[in-house]
Ligand binder design. Structure first.
Ligand code: ATP
Ligand code: MG
Length: 316
């Protein structure tokens, strides 16, 4: 028996959201925002919180500064039922922050990566990994040192007996420096979206992109937004259309919610067909409330949303 089902390994930051802003910022001037919210940010944190709400025992292994935002990140994770005993607090960098200026459908973001950019392989205790059944890594390109050490980190996970999933996420610099031939054979479940997979392989069609990575994958899960998802193994592939939500609030974090459903089913030993079903369902549930965690306040809330919006029962 392992202590944790899942270790979520990676980036942590706070999101400072400014809404109802009167005009656009200009150097030398000051403008007002009529609303402000401070929330737990980061793709990996949304994944961790939502997997915990589905009942998985989740621990977070990430880095924060020894400061007030670091304390905020810690209590936010704990409120969502995520273990924080593997958090690393440093005094050499401040907790990362993204300032998000919201203008209707669009946003202007400024990120200070801080502590999340300095965590590398030397910070990861092998004993911590050995306590978990599974490790999930996300947002490779957002974390400078983790990106540099990614092969060693993946090897460390596998050498310590955990299964591994990875959501590479978008590369803001669009360099796609990721040695998939070397890394993917060690990744049990690779979970990019369609656009990221095409960019990584430098192919313009999904079919061609699949042909490029097929020799290196174990399980590949391609997220396709309102088109649903595709699960590919060496033996075949299975497309599953999205569950239709007629009243989408927003799709922020849908990919992370999909991952949380898929991986929570996976660590319980469910077959890939059920993992994909639950991924599509949790991705769709994500779109029924604001932000990445709004629909995942408790297991009961998720079950209720599944029944009410999609007429589905969650079997976990
Ligand atoms: N509008 C929608 N209606 C129903 N289901 C959706 C919708 N959008 C997304 N989903 C479900 O959620 C899954 C993940 O969403 P998406 O493909 O947008 O991931 P992503 O691009 O990785 O997102 P993120 O921006 O969170 O990283 C999809 O595969 C689909 O099953
Ligand atoms: Mg994504």
């Amino acid at each position: 028996m392992k202590k944790f089902d899942i270790i979520a390994l990676g980036e942590l930051n706070v999101d400072l959201l400014l809404n109802r802003i009167c005009g656009f910022p200009e150097v030398g001037k000051e403008i007002f925002a009529k609303e402000m919210t401070l929330t737990l940010g980061s793709s990996t944190a949304i994944f961790a919180a939502n997997a915990a709400s589905l009942g998985a025992k989740v621990s977070f292994l990430g880095m924060v500064g020894n400061d007030d935002f670091g304390a905020f990140v810690k209590t936010s994770l704990e409120k969502r039922g995520v273990d924080t005993s593997n958090l690393i607090e440093v005094s050499t960098a401040a907790t990362g922050l993204t300032a998000i200026l919201n203008y209707d459908e669009d946003r202007a973001n400024v990120t200070y990566p801080g502590a999340m950019s300095i965590m590398g392989v030397k910070d990861i205790r092998p004993e911590a990994i050995a306590e978990a059944k599974h490790v999930h890594i996300s947002s490779i390109f957002m974390q400078e040192t983790l990106h540099r050490d990614i092969y060693e980190i993946v090897k460390l996970v596998k050498d310590n007996g955990a299964t591994l999933s990875m959501d590479m996420q978008f590369d803001p610099e669009e360099k796609w420096d990721f040695d998939y031939k070397k890394i993917l054979p060690l990744v049990d479940i690779f979970m990019p979206n369609e656009q990221e997979l095409k960019a990584l392989t430098r192919e313009s069609s999904l079919e061609k992109a699949l042909d490029v990575v097929r020799p290196y994958i174990n399980v590949l899960v391609v997220k396709r937004g309102s088109k649903g998802s595709l699960v590919v193994t060496k033996d075949g592939e299975r497309n599953l259309p999205a569950m239709l939500n007629r009243n989408v609030v927003d799709a922020i974090g849908a990919g992370d919610s999909f991952n949380s459903g898929f991986i929570t089913a996976f660590v319980q030993g469910k077959d890939l067909e059920y993992c994909q079903f639950l991924g599509n369902l949790t991705g769709a549930i994500n779109t029924t409330a604001a932000g990445g965690t709004g629909a995942f306040t408790s297991k009961e809330a998720v079950e209720e949303a599944a029944l009410k919006h999609f007429n589905q029962i969650i079997k976990l």
